[in-house]
Design a protein around this ligand. Structure first.
Ligand SMILES: Cc1ncc(COP(=O)(O)O)c(C=O)c1O
Length: 455
């Protein structure tokens, strides 16, 4: 048969992320490395989009997916159940903070966050609080690229395009991000309590009877590279949520499943959210998988007021092959004790980065937890003067790094209209100290080229 695609060979029919860019074709991945079809090797210092936590090419995961696909590749979860769904849900519940014991599956992070937003609304409606629909979120945050998740996120550049369509009902507050790290001359706890007082005033101004949930990344990923909430902040937000009957939803899409050295980033503090959303690291991106872990009181409301139903669902929710990837990935993390080594590797990486950035006047504000580290790029790090946004310096550094065979995760955030460029460093958990040294050498080489152009 003369298939149409034969005539099209040699033409590009892919809707690329950027039509003006060319993309190396990747043929293979192994451990922390990717190889393109020309044989060039790339050290994956960002685990893809901070997702491939166990590294590339793990055969145990591939075998589990193959085995599952050969048994049953798909069922409709409106009608049926699979063993792998039961198994993965119990495994995740056993790792989650206690009281969070029911797991809903999606195909990615934005879907997980959409699901949590809808569940929060349905929960309040079920409790006869019709007015509660608004979402509080940080003005620098990322929660996904669907219209609703974009509207609660803080990526101003992407949001600008859709300002006519984006949903209302979002209260954006500034995160407790303090570039100079001097807490505006206060002690850390005084600074945190000032931030919390301002948030409470805002809640009262907006009317608590209209607010459904507080949506937060406990450690911010792509918008303020690896910014860790100060101690006391999340505990304070938890108290405000209890006081004003708002659900606390922790977006752990990037941080979940060990990235910061604990299974979930919220484990660094003494708090329990009402919902944790996850994706990326749950399957180390071997298959599209995400979801949310839900506290029991929310499930009781669904059972009591909604005849047990959540008015939501996707064709691919609970996809057996994706779940098999998730189960095999978590087994691999646990069997090889990978999460317990993330903090020690992170400390080594942090010390190497500290040494490195000491030699560059345009790099500063190193921060993060475990293997989620980040730094900012400055025209002058003494005065913290940023580069002009139009210079796109993080993206330029990224391109130099790619040339040199090392991959990181560039970004541009903005606070109070003051944009800044930054970079995430987040290698797979299997990286060794020698490989960290190599990654640092490649970054140093790239920064030297960058400095010649910009500093
Ligand atoms: C914190 C956070 N939330 C949500 C998302 C969206 O996830 P996805 O791209 O899987 O939709 C991301 C993706 O980077 C993320 O980092």
């Amino acid at each position: 048969m003369n298939r149409k695609w034969n005539d099209n060979v040699g033409q590009d029919h892919v809707f690329h992320r950027n039509f003006n860019q060319s993309y190396p074709h990747i043929a293979k991945g192994e451990g922390i490395y990717l190889y393109d079809t020309q044989g060039k090797r790339y050290l994956d210092g960002s685990s893809g989009a901070v997702a491939v936590n166990i590294g590339h090419g793990v055969k145990e995961v591939v075998e589990a997916m193959t085995e599952q696909a050969s048994q049953i590749a798909y069922i409709h979860t409106l009608r049926f159940e699979t063993k792998v769904q039961q198994e993965l849900a119990s495994l995740i519940a056993s790792l989650a903070p206690k009281e969070l014991d029911t797991v809903y599956f999606t195909s990615g992070g934005a879907e997980a966050n959409e699901s949590a937003l809808k569940l929060s609304r349905q929960y309040h409606l079920g409790n006869d609080h019709q007015g509660k629909f608004k979402v509080i979120s940080h003005s620098i945050s990322y929660h996904g690229n669907t219209m609703r998740t974009l509207s609660i996120g803080g990526d101003q550049k992407r949001k600008k395009l859709y300002d006519k369509e984006l949903h209302g009902g979002v209260i954006q507050i500034d995160p407790p991000y303090d570039k100079r790290n001097d807490f505006q001359g206060l002690h850390e706890d005084e600074y945190v309590s000032c931030c919390l007082d301002q948030i409470e005033k805002q809640i009262i101004k907006e009317d608590p009877e209209t607010i459904s949930c507080f949506f937060i990344e406990p450690i911010v990923g792509s918008q303020i590279a690896a910014f860790v909430m100060p101690d006391g902040y999340l505990e304070g937000i938890r108290k405000l949520c209890d006081r004003y009957d708002m659900l606390l939803i922790a977006d752990e899409v990037m941080t979940g499943f060990g990235r910061t050295g604990k299974v979930f980033a919220v484990n660094h503090w003494d708090i329990t959210p009402d919902i944790i959303t996850f994706a990326k690291g749950v399957s180390s991106a071997y298959a599209p998988l995400g979801g949310m872990i839900v506290k029991n009181h929310i499930i009781q409301t669904l059972k009591g007021s909604w005849d047990g139903k959540f008015a939501h669902g996707y064709t691919f929710s609970g996809h057996p092959v994706a779940l098999a990837a998730g189960k095999a990935n978590i087994d691999y993390l646990l069997d090889n004790d990978l999460i317990n080594h993330v903090q020690e590797k992170g400390r080594y990486l942090y010390s190497k980065l500290t040494e490195l950035i000491g030699n560059f006047s345009c790099v500063g504000s190193l921060r993060g937890e475990g293997l989620l580290l980040g730094f900012e790029l400055y025209k002058d790090k003494q005065s913290l003067e940023p580069f002009k946004p139009s210079q796109q310096v993080a993206e330029t550094l990224n391109q130099i790094c790619i040339e040199n065979g090392v991959l990181f995760y560039p970004g541009q955030g903005s606070i109070d209209q003051h944009p800044f460029d930054h970079m995430l460093v987040a290698p797979p958990f299997v990286i060794t100290e020698d490989e960290i040294d190599l990654m640092i050498d490649l970054l140093e080489k790239s920064l030297r080229t960058f400095r010649n152009h910009f500093c």
